[in-house]
Design a protein around this ligand. Structure first.
Ligand code: AHR
Length: 497
């Protein structure tokens, strides 16, 4: 039988934009076992002198995560940052209303900033605009970033951090459009508060960048009007608007699930249009960019229950399968495709809670989604190229004309990396043509595929799903190659001299 044919074409000079490395960010929330029993576990022999899990840090370094959002999430909308600093014995235990648990505050701001440094990452800090407001937010910026000789900067020093933390990126609250949020607001209420908060935070430290809350998903009833109202209120004072989106395969319909990134693409395009509409309306020269600061697959753990008010129960511990890794790969491709406007993104989350890294008391393992993220983060930096893909298409339950191939190319100096997801149940014979690059002669091909879409990794069987590197090939013609893209697979094609 003749294989289905596909084609990928790029030209060196036809670019989309520079990748901002912060699109490979992630997220740690005080939720479930992300912090306690995840990154921090002082009684575990695998932890260092600070109580940080060494094995977890090692895996995070492999992911090469440049920025990590903290401390929430829904958690932040009820968080008093002052509870999380100072001597641990004096920190209050609090009822945590977002996730129905008890927060001990044994791990806080200083511990997180030190941990982030050890995993070579920057902090993206969220302020509470749910139960609190501008005053607490400006104090937090002073605490973190002011050199000294004021109440809050001296308090930081007294608490052990002589040098400022220098946190550059700040989120103005979290998902304030959602009725589940503590202190949920209308767009106008939030827009006014975010504007006043932003002004004061930037007066304290003019070098910071601010992210206003966009919609919690494209499916929110206020999507579109929320962004327009919020930006009309905040345009002059903020730099980014956030997008959040999670997908699931509740109906066990793989072709439909794998097409979900068409929706993500529409979400991004719509938000760009609204940003530009508000700029035009205000005759403003400033471009508001996008911070896709929560994205992932999330649905396996939706039904789980725990005892109310317990400490750090297992929550949202999705175990990811092969098809989840394909969608995560496709979501990464979608983010890269919009590199000109999406400047930050956070895979939500990083450890134990809907995460690529799972930490059990006895050891760690890499989830299936670990690999596409690791590849994109390590090989997807440079300049994104406009990538023309010709492939057969299919219709799914909610989408029509879904191309089997989802692909994007990124170039960095003498290398071109092409990321490819094949959504088809068959192998695709794919011709790659990279124009304008001199002397591309070698191709290495990393592939992750498995006939069982539901196969998962575990502590007992950590390598059930993992990528393989095929033997390097020499190209017959400069920059041109015929590549077999296996059925339902994630691929990294690296062309070099
Ligand atoms: O990441 C899990 C939760 O999803 C976050 O706390 C919230 O912001 C979103 O709804």
């Amino acid at each position: 039988m003749k294989l289905k044919q596909a084609k990928i074409r790029v030209e060196k000079d036809f670019t989309v934009g520079q990748v901002d490395k912060r699109i490979f960010g992630s997220f740690i929330e005080h939720l479930g076992r992300a912090v306690y029993g995840g990154i921090y576990d002082p009684s575990n022999p695998r932890s260092d002198e600070m109580g940080y899990r060494r094995d977890v840090m090692e895996l995070i370094r492999e992911l090469n995560v440049p920025i990590i959002r903290y401390p929430g999430g829904n958690f932040v909308s009820g968080f008093n940052w002052e509870d999380s600093v100072g001597p641990v014995k004096d920190r209050p235990r609090r009822l945590e209303l977002a996730w129905n648990t008890t927060e001990t505050n044994a791990f806080g701001l200083h511990e997180f900033c030190e941990w982030a440094k050890r995993v070579d990452s920057q902090v993206m800090m969220a302020v509470n605009l749910g139960t609190r407001g501008a005053d607490e937010a400006r104090h937090l910026v002073e605490y973190c970033n002011h050199p000294g000789n004021t109440y809050y900067s001296d308090l930081r020093k007294k608490n052990g951090a002589e040098a400022p933390f220098g946190i550059k990126t700040w989120c103005l609250g979290n998902e304030m459009d959602g009725p589940w949020q503590m202190g949920h607001k209308t767009a106008m209420e939030y827009g006014r508060l975010a504007c006043e908060t932003a002004k004061m935070m930037k007066w304290v430290d003019p070098d910071i960048e601010l992210v206003a809350c966009g919609s919690s998903s494209i499916g929110m009833p206020t999507f579109g009007s929320w962004e327009a109202t919020v930006l009309e209120q905040t345009y002059e004072h903020v730099d980014y608007i956030s997008l959040h989106q999670y997908y699931g395969n509740q109906e066990n319909d793989t072709p439909n699930f794998l097409a979900r990134t068409l929706d993500m693409d529409r979400f991004i395009n719509s938000v760009i249009s609204i940003c530009d509409f508000v700029a035009a309306k205000k005759a403003g020269k400033k471009k508001i960019n996008l911070s896709f600061d929560e994205w992932n697959v999330w649905y396996h753990s939706n039904q789980e229950k725990h005892e109310p008010w317990c400490e750090a129960p297992a929550q949202l511990e999705d175990i990811y399968n092969m098809e989840d890794a394909l969608l995560v790969g496709s979501m990464l491709i979608t983010l890269l495709r919009h590199a000109d406007r999406v400047k930050m993104a956070c895979l939500a989350q990083l450890v134990n809670v809907i995460a690529p890294v799972m930490a059990m008391p006895e050891g760690v393992f890499k989830q299936t989604i670990f690999y596409p993220f690791m590849h994109a983060s390590n090989y997807g930096r440079g300049t994104v190229l406009q990538t023309l893909a010709e492939s057969p298409k299919y219709d799914a339950k909610e989408y029509t004309d879904v191309p089997y191939l989802d692909t994007i190319a990124v170039t960095d100096q003498d290398t071109v990396t092409v990321f490819v997801v094949n959504r088809a149940e068959e192998e695709l014979a794919t011709r790659c043509e990279l124009g304008g690059f001199e002397g591309l002669k070698k191709l290495s091909h990393i592939v992750m595929a498995d006939p069982d879409m539901k196969a998962v990794n575990s502590l007992e069987n950590p390598d059930r799903i993992k990528p393989q590197t095929l033997p390097e090939t020499l190209l017959a013609e400069n920059g041109k190659a015929e590549v077999k893209i296996p059925a339902r697979s994630w691929n990294v094609l690296r062309f070099s001299k």
